[in-house]
Design a protein around this ligand. Structure first.
Ligand SMILES: [Zn+2]
Length: 78
């Protein structure tokens, strides 16, 4: 969604929206419509700047991406 670069499914992080909050779904088990981003702050920032999340989830934005950012920051540090 962010950088729009194609990637293998396993490289992307699935996210879903729960009550206006974007949450990471690394195992792909959460119900509902999902959207994928690279698990990097660069890609996440691009997606937020492009308002890609509300469009992907077909909900009025903006959406809270704080939890997603926290998850990506932790993933990038590993
Ligand atoms: Zn990307």
């Amino acid at each position: 969604m962010g950088c729009r670069e194609r990637a293998a499914k396993g490289e992307l992080l699935r996210t879903v929206v729960i009550e206006g909050v974007c949450v990471p779904d690394p195992r792909g088990t959460l119900p509902g419509r999902g959207a994928s981003v690279h698990p990097t702050l660069v890609c996440l920032d691009l997606a937020v700047r492009r308002r890609a999340f509300p469009r992907a989830f077909k909900v009025p934005g903006p959406l809270d991406t704080a939890r997603l950012r926290q998850y990506v920051e932790q993933t990038e540090q590993q």
